[in-house]
Design a protein around this ligand. Structure first.
Ligand code: SF4
Length: 465
């Protein structure tokens, strides 16, 4: 009996995309979205330049130094791979990029997800095939995350309605555009179901969430939830991990508008992580005015005190710019004294830098570089002393710590781990270094830790159980 020859069909290999993601967590979320879409289109990810059919560079154009870093990354990707697509904040300066790197295949701006995906399709058409084509249809295909599985960024809005003199974000990213609250909550629920133990809420201005859509309410789990920071925080605080725990919910880029007071009781109740990231940038009234900062009001110190009365464990992180045009010695000393009173837990310092297109570039009273350096050193000295004292006060206490990394056993069989307390956001704040952890410990575990020692930035301890 004749048998028909078996037809051997080759499954075409998926095209591979490499990604270089620069800039802030918001840009990281954009990279995740682009990669999620590309994976749904049948692409695979490449961890190195050589294995990629095309390389995406997601750029940051916030400061001139960040632009230089972005241009260097584009140059490296061209030298190493040659097939490069540029996206992100610097995408708005397509001419400059093309002039310097004529070999770039395409340049698209921030949030033009469809454009960048289309450019990838053109540069490396997706493999066609019966099996590859099935991949996008799978509903359970997990979103691509560039952060470890146990924490994830949740972007609630894009753009900003302010016009701070040193910032070009509104030019780059447009006016505030808030996401629907039910879409944000669905994404958060999905992340938590997939193993995320810590949600990092980000935007350019988290306190302003929903202003542009008039705080439009949507139904969520049988009740109405408004697109408003307080409602959102409350609803996020109700989520549960698969093992029945509450995920940590960390609020970033919160401006101290009056309604921020309403989230402090949620922190005291344990629904939201007692942590606020408030970019104050300065304290001296004349500098804040020149900076055109939002929510620039005199009573912040009193409010900080009230927040601490309601939620004694609240950690406040902030960032400050020294050497802003017109900043006098008296303004700078005002800032140092304000910091003495404010007793912030975590502080990031920056020397003022010009950014092409920012209003502050033309302000009178530019501060010489040496003076900026000197003030920066004084700011850091002050804030480190405050941080060291605050961390020393935690020695002897038992506090919850989320584990980021577990090490190998040393020659004595001791295993160490690195984690963070509720006062530490990933990548920007400090760590808790643990000794003698169990071999069963995993990243994402939340454990009680007895704090044994502290320095100016980090804590050291041992699991309490
Ligand atoms: S609030 Fe100010 S610094 Fe922040 S994005 Fe808006 S304009 Fe820029």
């Amino acid at each position: 009996m004749d048998t028909a020859p078996t037809e051997t069909r080759t499954i075409p290999a998926a095209k591979k995309v490499g990604m270089v993601s620069l800039g802030c967590p918001k840009a990281l979320v954009d990279s995740e979205r682009i990669l999620t879409k590309l994976r749904a289109d049948g692409y695979a990810m490449s961890a190195d330049y050589s294995g990629a059919d095309v390389v995406l560079v997601n750029t940051c154009g916030f400061l001139d130094s960040a632009k230089e870093e972005s241009l260097a990354a584009i140059g490296e990707a061209i030298a190493e791979n040659g097939r490069v697509i540029v996206t992100g904040c610097m995408g708005n300066e397509a001419e400059q990029i093309r002039e310097r790197f004529p070999a770039v295949l395409a340049v698209t701006g921030a949030h033009q997800y469809e454009d960048v995906v289309e450019a990838v399709h053109e540069a490396a058409p997706p493999s066609q095939g019966p099996f590859v084509d099935l991949i996008p249809a799978r509903a359970d295909l997990a979103d691509v995350k560039l952060t470890p599985r146990h924490y994830g960024y949740l972007k609630i809005s894009e753009g900003c309605n302010h016009s701070c003199a040193f910032c070009i974000i509104p030019q780059l990213r447009g006016k505030l555009a808030s996401r629907r609250v039910d879409a944000v909550l669905r994404e958060a629920e999905k992340l938590v179901a997939a193993g995320t133990r810590e949600l990092l809420v980000i935007s350019q201005d988290t306190s302003a969430y929903g202003v542009d859509i008039k705080h439009e309410a949507r139904e969520w789990k049988g009740r109405e939830v408004r697109a408003h920071m307080t409602d959102l925080a409350q609803a996020l605080g109700q989520l549960k991990t698969p093992d029945g725990q509450r995920p940590w919910v960390r609020l970033h880029y919160v401006y101290p508008y009056p309604h921020v007071d309403a989230v402090i009781p949620l922190m005291a109740e344990g629904l939201v992580t007692p942590y606020l990231d408030i970019p104050f940038q300065h304290a001296a009234p004349s500098v804040l005015k020149a900076m055109k900062r939002p929510a620039n009001e005199a009573k912040v110190l009193e409010r900080l005190q009230r927040w601490r009365e309601i939620c004694p464990d609240i950690a406040v992180r902030s960032s400050f710019v020294v050497g802003f045009p017109g900043e006098t010695e008296a303004d700078f000393e005002y800032l140092l004294e304000w910091l003495d009173e404010a007793q912030l837990d975590r502080v990031g310092g920056f020397r003022f830098e010009t950014v092409e297109g920012a209003a502050a570039n033309d302000l009178p009273g530019q501060v010489p570089e040496e003076l900026k350096e000197e003030r920066y050193a004084r700011l850091m000295e002050k804030t480190e002393a405050i941080s060291a004292a605050k961390l020393a006060a935690k020695v002897g206490r038992t506090i919850p710590v989320i584990i980021d990394e577990v090490g190998e056993a040393d020659e004595d069989g001791d295993i160490g781990a690195t984690g963070r307390s509720e006062a530490d956001a990933p990548e920007i704040d400090g760590n808790v270094f643990l000794r003698d952890v169990s071999a069963e410990m995993r990243p994402g575990d939340i454990v009680n830790v007895l704090i044994e020692d502290a320095d100016a930035h980090d804590l050291f301890g041992v699991p309490a159980e």
